[in-house]
Structure formats: structure tokens, C-alpha cells
Design a protein around this ligand. Structure first.
Ligand code: FES
Length: 164
């Protein structure tokens, strides 16, 4: 009887131990994702080929990203411009803040127009007309030389967002 009881005791202990190991594995996995998972979601964009006044569209996490290298005749916006050296860039997620359509850049008028309900944004991404309730969102970014790394909340981003 004693040996049967101790057998059951050992078996229970072994099952509990295996369960604990699985639980530990799950905790480690959620607290320490694989490097490839962590690096997914970052997009690096080299800004050096952009010419003054040029608009370019990229993609980050399946969202359109608008970038304009501002020309001297474009409005400065210290609350939104990404400044790298002497250059200023407009950077925004290209989804209208009304209902999510993708506005078009109209270079001759230096503005974005949203075809869905007539919303307009200036060259800094600020809503100027129509139903959009706020400016275009700025994605988290970091600056590394002339590279813009989307998905990383660097100092310049935190400063724009008033986090630091
Ligand atoms: S979705 Fe752009 S104005 Fe409505």
C-alpha cells in the first residue's frame, strides 16, 4: 500500500513538474519574444535621395506613410516637422483622420485632398478644411543619420509628442 501511495505521489509530482516547465516556457516566450518578432514592424527609409519639395509614399505595418522633404516656400511647423540637419520633413500616416481614406497629395496647391468627403490637410499634415477632426497621425520614428526608422520611438519623436 505504501509503495502504491508513493508511486501515485511520484506520478503526481512528475505531472505537476512537467506542467510547471510548460508554464515557465510560456511566460518566457511572452516576456522575451524572438528577436525576429521584435524587429518585425520596423521599416527603415533612406531620406537622402528625396529632393526639395518632393513627396514620397512608403508603407509601414500595411499603412501608407507620407513623407515630404519641405522646400523653402513650404510652411514650417515646429510641432510636427521632422528636422534632420538643415532639412525639414513632413511625416505622417496617410490615412484621413475622418474615416480613414487615403488623401492625395496635390503639389500645385501644396495640400492633401481627401476624395471621400472633401477633407483637406496642409503640407504639414494639419487638417485645414472639411470633416477631418485632427491632423494626420505621426508614426513613431527614430532618426539614424539620414535613415528614418519607423516603429521606433526615438528622442525626436518623443519631443514632438511632448513625451520628454
Ligand atoms: S475620410 Fe477623408 S474626409 Fe472623410
Amino acid at each position: 500500500m505504501n509503495s502504491r501511495r508513493s508511486f501515485i505521489g511520484y506520478s503526481f509530482g512528475a505531472v505537476a513538474g512537467i506542467g510547471a516547465l510548460f508554464a515557465l516556457g510560456a511566460v518566457k516566450k511572452s516576456a522575451d519574444p524572438l528577436p525576429s518578432v521584435r524587429s518585425a514592424g520596423f521599416t527603415s527609409i533612406d531620406l537622402s535621395p528625396l529632393k526639395s519639395g518632393e513627396f514620397a509614399q512608403f508603407e509601414w505595418r500595411k499603412k501608407p506613410i507620407f513623407i515630404i522633404k519641405k522646400s523653402p516656400d513650404m510652411k514650417i511647423n515646429d510641432k510636427r516637422d521632422v528636422v534632420i540637419g538643415d532639412d525639414r520633413y513632413m511625416l505622417a500616416i496617410g490615412l484621413c483622420t475622418h474615416l480613414g481614406c487615403i488623401p492625395s497629395w496635390v503639389p500645385s496647391q501644396k495640400m492633401f485632398k481627401c476624395a471621400c468627403h472633401g477633407g483637406e490637410f496642409d503640407e504639414s499634415g494639419v487638417n485645414t478644411f472639411g470633416p477631418p477632426p485632427r491632423p494626420l497621425d505621426i508614426p513613431p520614428f527614430d532618426i539614424k543619420g539620414t535613415m528614418l526608422v519607423l516603429g521606433e520611438s526615438g528622442q525626436a519623436y518623443k519631443k514632438l509628442m511632448n513625451i520628454i
